[in-house]
Ligand binder design. Structure first.
Ligand code: PLP
Length: 352
């Protein structure tokens, strides 16, 4: 008999990344359109001379800097090779085989994969009719087997966000031994003041954690660095299941330099958020349903027309992300690129 991997892996979906098509505009991966700031690029180049050395395995300087910025003890912060990696670490650290992980669906495609790899059960709770997390239904899905609940706020791919009052009420219902993870990969694009900063919950509740990333607002998707803030015992466990040295030296340096340049990077996010609102308005004017977006992308709930729509925009040299049979996610870029997308969206509408 030939060697073989775990049989259950065959049932897990592959992670599908947004397509890159040479010669077409890429609006398929929720990346920011601008590269690192010159100061960040210089720091990366300077760090290249030390690449014969291993990176700091504890990611200590960056973790301490982040903890200081968030007003948390350093022990409550764990840095990882992107928040995708932290999500996998969390499942390994929290779940034994057969435990339940509750999350909304449709949401970020890593959740069922990370859950399945950890031999835990994914409990998918449908979004409500506004394409937002149905927090009442998620609370009702909790059983004695539930170890983790993930709330992606704003949600990828629908861009909708849950507000403070509903999150407060939800968290009050969650038993103290269940960890609620607020995945805030897009936090820096939120403009609704009623959408809470998850760190407020980390500071006041013992069973809430936040995941954040340098991939989006900070424009470092290619370097892979994200962080967890939450209960100390969970941060300790994440460090235990961390793959040693996986946050590489350039990522650590670039993240530190990005924190130095944070004001400039956050100003970029405001520009993207304003563009997002313009694009959404134009799409609604063209006759599309577009839920409110608090992220750097918009969602078109096109149902089983999702793939057809994405093929149409591709024919117009714009790559978007179809999630057949639910809808299409479109990343916000510079105005000229967004206008090309809008042109394609209007022509689809005329032709369908
Ligand atoms: C909700 C959400 N969380 C996490 C990530 C991954 O971030 P990272 O690049 O830090 O792994 C993404 C990326 O698309 C995302 O949409």
């Amino acid at each position: 008999m030939p060697v073989r991997p775990r049989v259950d892996l065959e049932t897990l979906p592959d992670y599908v990344a947004g397509r890159t098509v040479p010669g077409a505009i890429k609006l398929s991966s929720n990346e920011t359109p601008d590269g690192p700031l010159p100061s960040v690029a210089r720091a990366i180049v300077d760090a290249v001379t030390n690449l014969n050395r291993y990176p700091d395995p504890t990611v200590g300087k960056l973790a301490a800097r982040l903890a200081d910025k968030m007003g948390l003890p350093p022990g409550q912060v764990a840095v990882g090779c992107g928040s995708v990696s932290l999500c996998h670490q969390l499942m390994h650290a929290m779940c034994a085989p057969g435990d339940d992980v509750v999350f909304a669906w449709r949401s970020f495609e890593t959740y069922p994969i990370a859950t399945g790899i950890a031999c835990a059960n994914p409990i998918k709770v449908p979004l409500d009719e506004t394409h937002t997390h149905d927090l009442d239904a998620m609370a009702a899905a909790i059983t004695p087997r539930t170890r983790v609940i993930i709330v992606c706020n704003p949600n990828n791919p629908t861009a909708t966000a849950n507000r403070r009052a509903e999150l407060d009420a939800f968290l009050d219902k969650v038993p103290s031994d269940v960890l609620v993870v607020l995945d805030e990969a897009y936090r820096e694009f939120v403009s609704d003041p009623e959408v809470p900063d998850g760190l407020d919950y980390v500071r006041t509740r013992d069973n809430v954690a936040v995941l954040r990333t340098f991939s989006k607002a900070y424009g470092l998707a290619g370097l892979r660095v994200g962080y967890f803030a939450g209960p100390k015992q969970i941060a300790d466990a994440l460090r235990k299941v961390y793959v040693p040295f996986s946050v590489n030296a350039l990522a650590q340096t670039a993240a530190m330099a990005s924190l130095d340049a944070e004001d400039e990077l956050l100003a970029r996010c405001e520009t993207i958020a304003a563009e997002r609102d313009r694009v959404r308005g134009e799409l609604i004017a063209a006759g599309y349903e577009v839920p409110d977006s608090q992220a750097n992308f918009v969602w078109l709930p096109l149902g089983d027309k999702a793939f057809e729509f994405s093929e149409h925009t591709l024919a117009n040299k714009v790559v978007v992300r179809a999630f057949q049979p639910d809808g299409v996610r479109v990343t916000i870029s510079h105005p000229e690129e967004n206008d090309l997308f809008l042109h394609a969206a209007r022509s689809y509408r005329r032709s369908s």
